[in-house]
Unconditional design. Structure first.
Length: 447
């Protein structure tokens, strides 16, 4: 406890770090307050049907990412997910379209153009999503819930919902520029954390019921959650360096020297991006269905809207594995690594420089990515197993999936940045031994 108090005092002594933390907390407070502002023209006292609709299923997941704003018909109802979807599309275009590849090579000016394109694409996505959300409100809420009606309500609400999400994006950018951590990541995290107390309380109450299993069942859940949490931390941190000796055993080459050398590859180089990619695509069926009630869905849409269904989880897991390989391939370039090693006079003992080194690194990357992708897929579908075991739908989302990975990754990255400020000014870090490791050794973002 004394060490924690001393660390807090050291943080407070550093003026720049103190201002950044206070600025970040202030921006997050503005975001949370905005999530409670209901759209003009809607009676906030008649939202029971909407809140019931978002208590579980895919819409419950959307509501969690928005910090409950989705179920409150808030001006922030669409949240930050449209911006993330636009960012994913732009990243994919950077692989296939020469124009975007050229922008990526232009440095700061190219980055500004890419950010501008991402914003325009975000607005386009919002203009499409906003009418779908309003249509869902008309289906779910009684007619008396709408104080305003007609074209004016539709046009004004679309503008407000679009502006609300763009304002959230602007808040995130302000945190990144003047605060601590990645702003967009922190906004997603704070929305998930906002649902944590409600989900925990609901699960606790359900366990106290006659058929709930009592406190023993609740304690067993907490123990299981602890081990899942620890496993997620290990997955997020990954392996910073692979010993050359171990790498050669992986590819079947046992000829190596006695000197212990390392290859800078990680078991989980893709981070949380594969789950975000896959989750974004899994939202498509329910979006196409116009946010309809799950009971009214049939066929393809019904199968992919059932979080505990076989096809939903099988497809989700396969997509996570494929996206893990895909994102690892675009973030780690064996040819560039081999070239950098050659320029710096480095080499892998027993492996010829040039093409042989590239092939060796490519085989290593493919084989160490496989167990990481399997574990990532398991973490992604764990909430479904928790639901089938009788865990409350909202609380089950914290047993894995995108929510838990984002929570762990963002917390580690933010603490790592705070620790860097402390060490830079010759204070002790946040841990007595070792240093905090983020997703990529730095302040990586979720998107």
């Amino acid at each position: 406890m004394r060490g924690l108090i001393d660390t807090i005092k050291n943080i407070w002594k550093i003026e720049d770090l103190r201002q950044r933390i206070l600025f970040t907390l202030g921006i997050l407070l503005i975001y949370r307050l905005g999530s409670f502002i209901v759209l003009p023209g809607i009676d906030p006292g008649q939202l029971d049907a909407l809140q019931q609709q978002t208590s579980g299923g895919v819409l419950g997941l959307l509501n969690m990412f928005s910090g409950g704003a989705f179920a409150r018909a808030s001006i922030f109802s669409l949240g930050i997910m449209p911006y993330i979807s636009a960012s994913i599309v732009v990243q994919l275009l950077g692989i296939a379209v020469p124009y975007f590849q050229r922008l990526q090579r232009e440095g700061e000016s190219g980055r500004r153009k890419i950010n501008q394109i991402t914003r325009y694409l975000t607005v386009a996505i919002l203009i499409v999503q906003a009418p779908g959300y309003l249509k869902n409100l008309q289906v779910q809420l009684p007619e008396t819930a709408f104080v305003l009606k007609g074209s004016f309500f539709w046009i004004s609400s679309v503008i407000i919902l679009t502006a609300g999400s763009m304002f959230i994006m602007w808040l995130g950018e302000r945190i990144t520029d003047r605060g601590i951590g990645n702003g967009i990541s922190l906004i997603i995290m704070i929305g998930i954390i906002a649902r944590l107390p409600y989900a925990l309380f609901a699960e606790f109450i359900s366990r106290l019921e006659e058929t709930g299993g009592g406190l023993v069942a609740f304690l067993v859940e907490m123990v299981i959650l602890f081990f899942v949490f620890v496993g997620t931390i290990l997955l997020v941190q990954g392996t910073r360096k692979i010993p050359v000796q171990y790498a050669k055993r992986i590819v079947g080459n046992k000829q190596y020297g006695g000197v212990r050398q390392y290859i800078p590859l990680k078991v989980n180089s893709a981070g949380v991006m594969p789950i975000i990619f896959a989750q974004a695509l899994m939202f498509v069926p329910i979006t196409i269905a116009g946010f309809a009630e799950s009971d009214a869905l049939t066929g393809f849409a019904a199968a992919f809207s059932n979080l505990t269904g076989f096809w939903y989880n099988f497809t989700f897991a396969v997509m996570v594995i494929l996206f893990t390989y895909f994102y690892t391939a675009i973030t780690i370039n064996p040819s560039q690594m081999a070239e950098d090693m050659k320029k710096n006079g480095g080499f892998i003992p027993g492996v010829k420089p040039g093409r042989k080194t590239v092939e060796f690194l490519d085989r290593i990357m493919s084989r160490i990515t496989f167990p990481g992708s399997l574990f990532l897929a398991l973490i992604a579908i764990l909430p479904s197993f928790a639901m089938m075991a009788g865990v409350n739908n909202q609380w089950a989302q914290f047993y894995g999936g995108t929510s838990l990975l984002i929570l762990v990754g963002v917390v580690l990255d933010t603490l790592q940045q705070i620790e860097s400020h402390l060490l830079m000014r010759h204070y002790d870090g946040l841990m007595k031994s070792g240093r905090i490791k983020g997703r990529s050794g730095g302040g990586a973002s979720v998107i």
